[in-house]
Design a binder for this molecule. Structure first.
Ligand code: NAD
Ligand code: UDP
Ligand code: UDP
Length: 323
């Protein structure tokens, strides 16, 4: 089947990553059904697609069964930032676990492949560095991040059990920190926080000593990796890390954001949140070998595009959260 004939379901399609995925799929000739309950997603992220005959949007919560006819499923529905996933932790676990069961049940009935947006959080606060897919992780099962981490781990378990038990074709992708235009300005993530703070002249909030590290992947690179994984033959199931292996401390990130914006706002220290991982960096040798994929956009270039997006947004909405 060619991409042109494909009808693709994207759950969480009105979110940050999902909306970019909808764009890329439509560009390559697919028909897209975006399913979202707008918990963190926003209509404005897909507003430009609403009159496109290849795009359809359905307001639906994936914790409930869904009966549609599609050729492929990308399961992205789940709040991703700590502020959002900790707001209603029970719903977060339900979304990961029951959402996975429903999307796997759908894939099983339709005999189509299904991709799970898993996360580097399955490694918890890792004791292996950088993280390889074989590493089982170091996760607190009862902490404030557990609804997300354990929900995503259980979803991975369900994906592999449907694969073994029912022969469902699965693709499990472990996404590392991703940034870019359409991030939610109030989601509390470090890239959006630092940019919005520097643009509005508010002090930049460094949690802890700022020496903890993350590796940031630009959203276009991430979506290219996601589609490359979906396109692999059936024997490639993952789990596979997709992220940018270039590691930065949060202090370095803050300094780069200030430099790019030309801002001299001060850096202020806030307490480090509980269970905040010290280090995170993907080992992407599997993605290079199996998908011929590696990230292309350097942090400086990706940040410049993200800053331009937030600058436009802040001017448009005058700093207020907006749907
Ligand atoms: P996001 O919050 O912008 O998008 C998630 C989308 O899912 C939103 O549109 C939200 O409304 C929708 N949603 C949430 N619960 C739902 C439900 N019960 N039913 C239907 N829709 C629901 O987050 P994002 O950054 O775009 O993340 C997308 C996916 O990628 C998530 O599964 C997330 O766990 C994963 N991920 C993201 C990152 C990252 O750095 N952004 C890192 C690792 C994994
Ligand atoms: N499911 C769905 N859409 C479908 C097929 C199944 O939402 O087209 C849901 C179904 O409601 C069930 C879940 O997927 O809750 C798992 O389905 P499966 O067939 O694996 O299990 P069962 O229905 O036997 O519990
Ligand atoms: N962080 C920070 N200041 C902020 C927001 C976050 O120093 O205003 C830190 C946070 O403690 C963590 C890192 O930045 O160490 C990445 O946080 P984020 O919430 O973006 O992602 P995650 O912790 O899920 O990787």
């Amino acid at each position: 089947m060619t991409a042109f004939e494909q009808r693709v379901l994207v759950t969480g399609g009105a979110g940050f990553i999902g909306s970019h995925l909808c764009d890329r799929l439509i560009e390559r000739g697919a028909e897209v059904l975006c399913v979202d309950n707008f918990y963190t997603g926003r209509l404005r992220n897909v507003a430009h697609l609403r009159n496109n005959p290849s795009f359809e949007i359905l307001r639906h919560d994936v914790t409930f069964p869904l009966s549609v006819e599609v050729d492929q499923i990308y399961n992205l529905a789940c709040p991703a930032s700590p502020v959002h996933y900790q707001f209603d932790p029970v719903q977060t676990t339900k979304t990961s676990v029951m959402g996975a069961i429903n999307m796997l049940g759908l894939a099983k009935r339709l005999k189509v492949k299904v991709l799970q947006a898993s996360t580097s959080e399955v490694y918890g606060d890792p004791t292996m560095h950088p993280q390889r897919e074989e590493y089982w992780g170091n996760v607190n099962p009862i902490g404030p991040r557990s609804c997300y981490d354990e929900g995503k781990r259980c979803a991975e378990t369900l994906f592999f059990d449907y694969h073994r038990q029912h022969g469902t074709e699965i693709k499990v992708m472990r996404i590392f920190n991703t940034y870019g235009p359409r991030m939610h300005p109030n989601d509390g993530r470090v890239v959006s926080n630092f940019i919005v703070q520097a643009l509005t002249g508010t002090p930049i909030t460094l949690y802890g000593d700022g020496q903890q590290t993350r590796s940031f992947c630009y959203v276009d690179d991430l979506v290219a990796g996601m589609m490359a994984l979906m396109d692999t033959p059936a024997d490639v199931t993952g789990p596979i890390n997709i992220g940018n292996p270039v590691e930065f401390t949060m202090r370095e990130l803050a300094e780069l954001v200030r430099e790019l914006i030309g801002s001299s706002v001060e850096l202020v220290h806030h307490p480090l949140p509980q269970d905040d991982p010290r280090q995170r960096q993907p080992d992407i040798s599997q993605a290079k070998a199996k998908l011929s994929w590696e990230p292309r956009v350097p942090l400086k270039d990706g940040l410049a595009k993200t800053i331009a997006y937030f600058d436009g947004l802040l001017k448009e909405i005058d700093g207020a959260p907006n749907r």
